[in-house]
Write a protein that binds this ligand. Structure first.
Ligand SMILES: [Zn+2]
Length: 118
């Protein structure tokens, strides 16, 4: 029986580490990272009615803003629509169906906006 040296095993493992995060391939999560929300540069304004009351909620995704800027935009949209809303995981949700108004507002900012949903 051939005895394997610890050093050899170690160097083999080194060769299988991710060049980005330097973790071993099995522990690397780089390839699992989701693509950025604005990958195609299009802001989508849709509607979600499933499990919601009345007109449901207007969903805005792909907005090229983050953090405070996104929160500020959501606040502006809430004021325009005169309704409540939230920001969650980079997605703006507004109570009720305000797609026309929001598409108009966001287009003014120079973004490519697409209306989706029924
Ligand atoms: Zn990695």
């Amino acid at each position: 029986m051939k005895k394997r040296s610890g050093g050899l095993v170690y160097s083999t493992e080194l060769g299988r580490t991710c060049p980005t995060c330097r973790r071993q391939v099995g522990a690397c999560r780089c390839r699992e990272a989701p693509p950025p929300p604005r990958a195609d540069g299009v802001v989508r304004v849709g509607r979600e009615t499933k499990g919601r009351k009345g007109a449901g909620v207007t969903i805005v995704t792909g907005v090229p803003l983050t953090g405070l800027e996104l929160t500020a935009l959501a606040k502006t949209l809430k004021q325009r629509c005169g309704s409540g809303g939230t920001v969650k995981d980079g997605v703006i949700e507004l109570q009720g169906d305000h797609r026309d108004l929001i598409v108009t507002e966001l287009t003014k900012r120079g973004w490519t906006v697409k209306r989706s949903g029924g």
